[in-house]
Ligand binder design. Structure first.
Ligand code: SAH
Length: 390
């Protein structure tokens, strides 16, 4: 089926924008999930999949005029594997949706005891319809277990139900993986998202320069990835705060596996409350890391999100010792880098401190940013050295 697009849309799409909204194009009588060819005049532009239930009517899957079949998926997955292997081995984000020009699909690869485990998020109807091809392609590429973690709210907007299950193969959960010499236990069914946050990999490595001999506070720690990197790089001790009961069970096992069982305390608590308590006790740390969940997914809630950021950043900042380091992250795509920096300036003023930014990071290279789609850029990460008047 051929769908005509305007010159304006053609130019946008050719530069890499992968979405066509319902009001940008004439309505057609198509089946949901159907694959169509977008044309500008007589020229083929792209293959896209359709969903009448979504505000994004078409998502582009290919700029080549090729069949979207098993072979397409094998070729795409093979190519991405090769590209990502330049940066990482065994454990990485294999497919990052629009950032890898495959809208609606996320695949994280884990390797445990030489078994390749793919954790997939099939986020849209068009991708759900391709699930069998994707699963077959992953199997052909040597994946021994496929876990379906498709419980994102995005699926509701697509008219899909939420799914969390083992799609193919068998695996005991949690399974262990090794990244940068650290052993982690991963449970993609019980954990956050696919089980591990690969997007902070490069930022975690920066901690090497600032944590040696220090005492760390890791706020919103999840399974403690930042803490584990700090301990590996020579930190003396870490305190972690997270409210989830999953973390409560798995963190002690992970610390033991890495021989750090005497070097941490885990506070299962609300971070907003716990930070206030720590301030009341007059505690102080040489490195304070704050990596909160996304406080907003929509534009209309930005002001509330900024208030929440101020609250945790401010109360965390006050716990940094003089000449210590304040490590701040935000993964809200809707909140800009400038908005986060403004919150930080407000925190500096209120806490009567100054800070030098010594590092500024983004998402790791296995989460590539498509410059034509600002929607693909979300992670902000800063390290400040803090100066307090004595
Ligand atoms: N820093 C982690 C990722 C953090 S994800 C890493 O590098 O892997 C955000 C975490 O914040 C989740 O584990 C979630 O359980 C926790 N969380 C969310 N709201 C919280 C709150 N109000 N208090 C404490 N923890 C919270």
């Amino acid at each position: 089926m051929k769908i005509a697009i305007t010159k304006q849309l053609y130019e946008k799409v050719r530069a890499g924008y992968l979405w066509v909204f319902y009001d940008e194009i004439k309505a057609e009588n198509l089946g949901d999930g159907q694959i169509v060819d977008l044309y500008y005049k007589d020229m083929f532009v792209a293959k896209a999949y359709y969903n009448s239930k979504s505000k994004i009517s078409y998502r582009i899957l290919s700029f080549e005029n090729q069949k979207i079949d098993l072979n397409f998926w094998i070729k795409k997955l093979e190519l991405l594997y090769k590209q990502k292997s330049l940066f990482y081995q065994n454990n990485f984000r294999w497919v990052y949706s629009e950032g890898d020009f495959l809208p609606g699909l996320i695949v994280d690869l884990y390797t445990s005891n030489q078994v390749k485990i793919a954790v997939c998020m099939f986020l849209t109807l068009g991708i759900e319809d391709q699930k069998q091809n994707i699963v077959e392609a992953l199997k052909k590429l040597g994946v021994g277990c496929i876990i379906n973690r498709s419980d994102s709210n995005l699926r509701t907007l697509e008219g899909l139900d939420l799914v969390r299950k083992i799609e193919y193969g068998k695996i005991e959960l949690p399974f262990s993986i090794t990244i940068d010499g650290i052993t982690f236990l991963i449970d993609p069914l019980k954990g956050q998202k696919t089980g591990y946050y690969f997007d902070q990999t490069e930022n975690r490595k920066f901690l090497k320069y600032i944590c040696k001999g220090g005492v760390v506070l890791d706020v919103f720690s999840y399974i403690g990835s930042f803490s584990l990197y700090c301990l590996k790089y020579g930190a003396r001790f870490t305190e972690m705060i997270d409210e989830s009961s999953y973390v409560q069970n798995v963190v002690p096992q992970i610390m033991k596996l890495n021989n750090f069982q005497d070097k941490y305390i885990l506070h299962i608590d609300n971070a907003f409350k716990k930070l206030r308590e720590m301030n009341d006790l007059g505690k102080s740390f040489s490195v304070v890391i704050v990596d909160p969940p996304s406080f907003t997914k929509t534009k209309d809630k930005i002001q509330n999100a900024l208030k929440a950021y101020f609250d945790v950043y401010y109360n965390a900042l006050k716990l940094v010792s003089n000449e210590g380091y304040f490590v701040v992250s935000s993964c809200s795509q809707k909140v800009t880098q400038e908005q986060i920096l403004q919150v930080i300036r407000n925190c500096f003023f209120r806490a009567n401190v100054r800070g030098k930014m010594i590092y500024c990071g983004k998402q790791a290279p296995d989460h590539p940013i498509n410059p034509s789609m600002p929607e693909t850029e979300y992670l902000k990460f800063f390290v400040f050295q803090i100066y307090k008047d004595e």
